[in-house]
Design a binder for this molecule. Sequence first.
Ligand code: NIG
Ligand code: FE
Length: 396
Amino acid sequence: MSTLIANIAQLVTLDPAEPDRPIRTGAALVIDDGRVAWVGDAAAAPAADTRIDAEGAAVIPGFVDSHSHLVFAGDRVDEFEARMAGRPYTAGGIRTTVAATGAASDDELRVRLRHLAAQSRGQGTTTLEIKSGYGLTVADEARALRLAREVTPETTFLGAHVVPAEFVDDRGAYVDLVCGPMLAACAPHARFIDVFIDRGAFTVDEARHILSAGRDAGLTPRVHAAQLEPDAGTALAVELGAASVDHGTFLTDDDVEVLAASARAEAAGGPPATVATLLPLVEFSTKQPYPDARRLLDAGAAVALASDGNPGSNFSTSMPLAVALAVRELGMAPLEALTAATRGGARALRRTDVGHLGVGARGDAVILDAPDYRYLAYRPGVPLVRHVLGGEGLGR
Ligand code: NIG
Ligand code: FE
């Protein structure tokens, strides 16, 4: 079954095979069997089974949101209000959500998760990573990942989100649980393993231990680092060949150089780079300073933008708003921000088949209610996603 998308004012392909032509005008797109089958001048478009009229709008690749925590119950809107009144964000709030999640049935969690995933898709996200991390027992972490797998293939085991209250006097025992029985129960349902490195969460040494165990179990590491203060998490992420290091609110010059060196090594034929994944919706929702994306981009580091949708530090799953903030607050040009939110996210998930609309990629595309992709930043908060094609399992 083939579909021709016609009458496109601006087609943003971000095709890695055409680095000098990320945007086409007067172009059309054919999607066949869920894959991009043809891109070219509209006048030369081949026949297709169906036709979608883009009515003079811009078409972009679906967003690749490489960081979210959407399996949970309850909310923390009171905590949000307190933050807006000046209270700082702390990792400890995670335990509130752990208690609510533990008390919820599978079906309650499933209904909430499906709703949130469909909402993400409605805002243009077609690939979505989801982490566990509000279970913190063997059974509840495995349950979170099983449920997440129902809506996305991109799942991450985050048993090391925070040390549960019953282990605060014996952190070592919890690290052993995460590396042992919890990892064994979760690895079959996950692609990645993550650790929250923070003064209220895990140390760099604990993280090294946990991520190494995950790697031995076949999972790819990723890390939460430098969210609340500088730490050695970025160096650890690169040392372990992590797919990404996320937050980076307080990256040092050395961190930036380590990330840039990892991107240079990939360009020279080495292993894939560790991607710096920026999460500006978190800074928005915690009143923290925004990270400086310019510094990373100018140094040559690989950069992604993601939502970090979660009930605590940020409960927005809007990639369009993340793009707008990246342009307004992080120093990114509109095309850099869109690229980070699509191809950057794909890179952070070690995927080459999403995040762009080159021939052979998944046919995950968004028709905007705008003639130009820059409207994503120019008209923040306005619902500019008109039509979403594709989207791996995210519901309709
Ligand atoms: O990415 N940093 C750790 N985890 C989440 C916050 C989770 C929470 O506060 O519930 C984050 O910001
Ligand atoms: Fe997170």
